[in-house]
Design a protein around this ligand. Structure first.
Ligand code: GDP
Length: 439
């Protein structure tokens, strides 16, 4: 996610931090680079202009330039302004005090509407709600089937009346929810390739018929500024309460994430980060800014851990992280647990300072069996204190596990890096880059 932008900004900041004292010229130069990086990331040009002007205005004050760590102060300002740009706080969905809460999903074809209707239902179900999915996309025959298949997968009922009029389907679905005790109704509507009057007319009709508490627009992050333009049009024509930004997992640039709120005034409420049913996250501007600036996203990491592990395990992990009592046995255990949280690369991205180091820490999921064999060939003392493993022990372990001395060495090195990373994580939660000032 956002690698391109993230790398460029981190380069700029590294240079800033490297200087003991900053002049106005240094700030101007850095801001030129930030501006370029944002434009290349396809952030709306007006948003970039305002953003850079704001940061510059705050950064050139004497308080910053004459402070002990001006570079870090500037980074802090960029972080704060970036959080503000994305709306500041995280926005929740409006749950009606009188059930059912009606959520209307709108968007162009292929944006991920149907998938996210189901993901949303799955998420709400986990929070104890009883959702009903409603198939109002009557033009694409496969859409109804697709929703039914997903509904079955997540065990959420799907309401459909075939190719009946969408307004009627929506109205009937609410009647059904009322009679069967479903407290959230999620309506999947038809998309089109482009915005047109027919589409907007239909959405307006459904809106006035069912009066949704929440109209969420689903847009594809990978389309960058197009996504922002689509959001602007939908907001003008229909009025939306928030955006679900999908396919963020494939978005290396970040232009839509950074522009939607500033351009449309509508917050991004959820982010889609993969095709699976659990690949949805509430959108937290603060965490997103942290990720973009390479400060990691420890909070999301911990939440993911909590949902992937049972509570006892999660507590154990937290304890071990805090006390930095992390042995090779835990390493093995963690690697297996981490695998449950999704692709390792996306997990490691959330750890402060890891974006760059990732290139050196290659945890190949296919090597798991070897890792397991190597650790199993160690004595329990060796697992607790791997520093005692010198050449002769390495040789014995390699032989015992049917691997090579190089592989054993590599694993020990990875473990050492993992310990370092854990230390960073516990010492500077969320502030990997601001703390310490080391490049
Ligand atoms: P709709 O036409 O708006 O209903 O779009 P769909 O829900 O059918 O999604 C279109 C395609 O995008 C499908 O192949 C989905 O699996 C894929 N997709 C949806 N959301 C995401 C996401 O967050 N990440 C990724 N990688 N793929 C997604």
């Amino acid at each position: 996610m956002f690698q391109g932008l993230s790398e460029k900004l981190q380069e700029t900041f590294k240079r800033l931090r490297g200087k003991g004292k900053l002049t106005e010229d240094d700030v101007n130069e850095a801001m030129r680079e930030v501006r370029m990086a944002l434009l290349e990331a396809d952030v709306n040009f007006k948003v970039v202009k305002d953003f850079v002007a704001k940061v510059k205005e705050r950064a050139i004050g004497s308080e910053v330039l004459e402070s002990l760590s001006p570079g870090q102060q500037v980074i802090k300002i960029v972080n704060e302004e970036m959080v503000a740009l994305m709306g500041g706080v995280s926005s929740k969905i409006n749950i009606s005090s009188k059930p059912p809460t009606v959520i209307l999903l709108a968007g162009l074809q292929g944006a991920g509407k149907t998938t996210h209707g189901a993901k949303l239902a799955n998420m709400l179900k986990k929070q104890g709600k009883h959702p009903l999915l409603v198939a109002c996309d009557i033009y694409r025959p496969a859409a109804i089937k697709q929703l039914q298949v997903l509904g079955e997968q997540i065990k959420v009922p799907v309401f459909s009346l075939g190719t009946e009029k969408p307004v009627k389907i929506a109205q009937e679905s609410i009647r059904q929810a009322n009679s069967q005790g479903q407290d959230v109704v999620i309506i999947d509507t038809a998309g089109r390739l482009h915005i047109n009057e027919e589409l907007m007319g239909e959405l307006r009709d459904i809106k006035s018929a069912v009066k949704p508490q929440e109209i969420l627009l689903v847009v594809d992050a990978m389309t960058g500024q197009d996504a922002v333009n689509v959001a602007e049009s939908f907001h003008r024509e229909l009025g939306i309460d928030g955006v679900i930004l999908t396919k963020l997992d494939g978005d290396t640039r970040g232009g839509a994430a950074l522009s939607v709120k500033a351009v449309t005034g509508c917050p991004i409420k959820f982010a889609g980060i993969g095709e699976k049913m659990d690949a949805i996250e509430p959108f937290y501007p603060e965490r997103m800014a942290s990720r973009i600036l390479g400060m990691g996203d420890v909070l999301t990491l911990i939440e993911k851990a909590q949902s992937a592990f049972d509570e006892k395990k999660a507590k154990e992990m937290e304890q071990k992280l805090r006390k930095q009592e992390f042995t090779l046995d835990d390493f093995l255990d963690q690697m297996q647990q981490l695998k449950k949280m999704g692709p390792l690369s996306s997990i490691l991205e959330m750890i402060p300072g890891m974006g760059k180091q990732l290139k050196d820490v290659q945890i190949n999921e296919k090597d798991m069996a070897h890792v397991e064999a190597i650790i199993h060939s160690m004595t329990s003392e060796e697992r607790r204190k791997p520093v005692i493993i010198k050449e002769s022990r390495k040789k014995r372990i390699a032989k015992g596990s049917g691997t090579s001395i190089q592989e054993v060495g590599r694993l020990l090195k990875q473990f050492e890096q993992m310990q370092k990373m854990m230390k960073q994580l516990t010492n500077n939660p969320g502030m990997g880059m601001l703390g310490g000032g080391k490049g």
